[in-house]
Design a binder for this molecule. Structure first.
Ligand SMILES: Nc1ncnc2c1ncn2[C@@H]1O[C@H](COP(=O)(O)OP(=O)(O)OP(=O)(O)O)[C@@H](O)[C@H]1O
Ligand SMILES: [Mg+2]
Length: 372
């Protein structure tokens, strides 16, 4: 296996046409639609560039080179591949003809600076009150999903929230392609593996999940829930791994639960729908929903608690925070994540909260817990 240094040099050589973007800290994403159509996201705006690869061959050589770094390869059998650059940037490749206008690549640049929660407050992504609420929820071992559209900041928020996990708790992280950078010591990080060209050596997220349970985690963190592992996650959340977290693509907190349901149904274990819904409702305590606004601002738009399934078999959600215009007379004013006035179910745990979690119950969240 060639050394890391050699990879860095060869990747730099092959990616020369886009190196300037990879080196520019203001650029967060490089999107290559085709060898001669390249877009970037810079300072929150997506723009087309003049950059292009010399020809199709040079482009394909560059892609093969990137994939080699993680021992992956593109073929007609494996037209969609995730990989990483030597610096940790995440790469997704969709091969033609699956990608109909030619093989396309998206590079999510590795951010050298981990966005911590206070920085997210400065960026207007979340408020101090919502941070305090989520800190308490993490400490009280609430199971949490961070949902939203593509590139809405889910992984970054998950990263930031993980700092609230007490240091003595053992965390197992499961990812398709390693991306999270949890600032934690007591941590095992597992990454899925794609099969080699002979179909050998595949390790799926579901296999990692099963193995993770034997690694004695206090909490399990799934980078992104995408498939049948949803059922394993739900079952782990309800059986002693409280405080587990993950991200998933969804349009709203309610949509998050129905997507989870659909994904859980992809597993070979078949549960009656009502039973599955009750499991999901008792597994997931909280959904934090995010979206990406014009200009590149990422915001938490909703924090909702999941109650039991009602008699009609529907989920019931309680919105604790929603995004609201903070000045009705001035609709242009930035929207603010605002407490809805609904009390959190965490407040019902008054006695236990006022004990071990007392230090996390700040004045701004006392009314949310009904403790004022
Ligand atoms: N709160 C934020 N404010 C501004 N930029 C952010 C914020 N959070 C993340 N970003 C930037 O947005 C991009 C996407 O972030 P992230 O990977 O966290 O999103 P995601 O929702 O997990 O995306 P995906 O759907 O691809 O998994 C990154 O370049 C990141 O640096
Ligand atoms: Mg993500």
């Amino acid at each position: 296996m060639p050394s890391q240094e050699l990879f860095v040099r060869t990747v730099e050589h092959y990616l020369a046409p886009i190196k300037v973007f990879l080196d520019d800290p203001g650029v967060t994403e490089v999107m290559i639609n085709r060898s001669d159509v390249i877009y970037i996201e810079k300072d929150g705006k997506v723009v087309k560039t003049d950059a292009r690869f010399a020809d199709q061959e040079a482009y394909e050589a560059a892609i093969n080179n990137i994939l080699q770094f993680t021992g992956r390869s593109l073929s007609d059998d494996q037209p969609l591949v995730d990989s990483r650059l030597p610096d940790g940037s995440r790469v997704h490749v969709a091969k033609a003809p699956c990608s109909r206008n030619g093989t396309s690549v998206a590079i999510r640049k590795f951010s050298q600076m981990v966005l911590d929660i206070d920085w997210l407050i400065e960026l207007g992504t979340i408020t101090a009150q919502a941070r305090d609420f989520l800190r308490l929820a993490v400490n009280a071992e609430q199971n949490m999903l961070i949902a939203g559209g593509t590139s809405s900041g889910k992984t970054s928020l998950l990263n930031a929230l993980s700092s609230f996990i007490p240091d003595d708790q053992r965390i197992v992280v499961i990812e398709d392609s390693a991306e999270l950078q949890l600032q934690k010591n007591h941590l095992i990080s597992l990454e899925a593996q794609q099969p080699d060209r002979y179909g050998r050596g595949e390790v799926t997220i579901r296999e990692l999940f099963r193995s993770s349970l034997r690694l004695r985690p206090d909490r399990i963190i799934i980078g992104e829930v995408r498939g049948g592992e949803a059922l394993d996650m739900i079952q782990a959340m309800t059986s002693g791994h409280g405080g587990s977290m993950g991200t998933l693509h969804a349009n709203s907190p309610a949509d998050t639960l129905s997507r989870l349901e659909t994904m859980a149904m992809m597993s070979e274990v078949k549960l009656p729908l009502f039973a599955l819904r009750s499991q999901i409702a008792s597994a997931v305590d909280l959904v934090v929903h995010m979206s990406r606004h014009i200009g590149g601002r990422r915001v938490v738009t909703q924090i909702s608690e999941v109650d039991r399934v009602d008699e009609a078999g529907q989920y019931t959600l309680r919105d604790i925070f929603v995004l609201k215009a903070d000045d009705k007379d001035n609709p242009d004013k930035q929207m603010q994540l605002t407490w809805t006035g609904e009390r959190s179910a965490l407040g019902n745990r008054g006695a236990s909260l006022s004990g071990q979690h007392q230090q996390w119950v700040t004045d701004p969240i006392k009314p949310i817990l009904g403790m004022d």
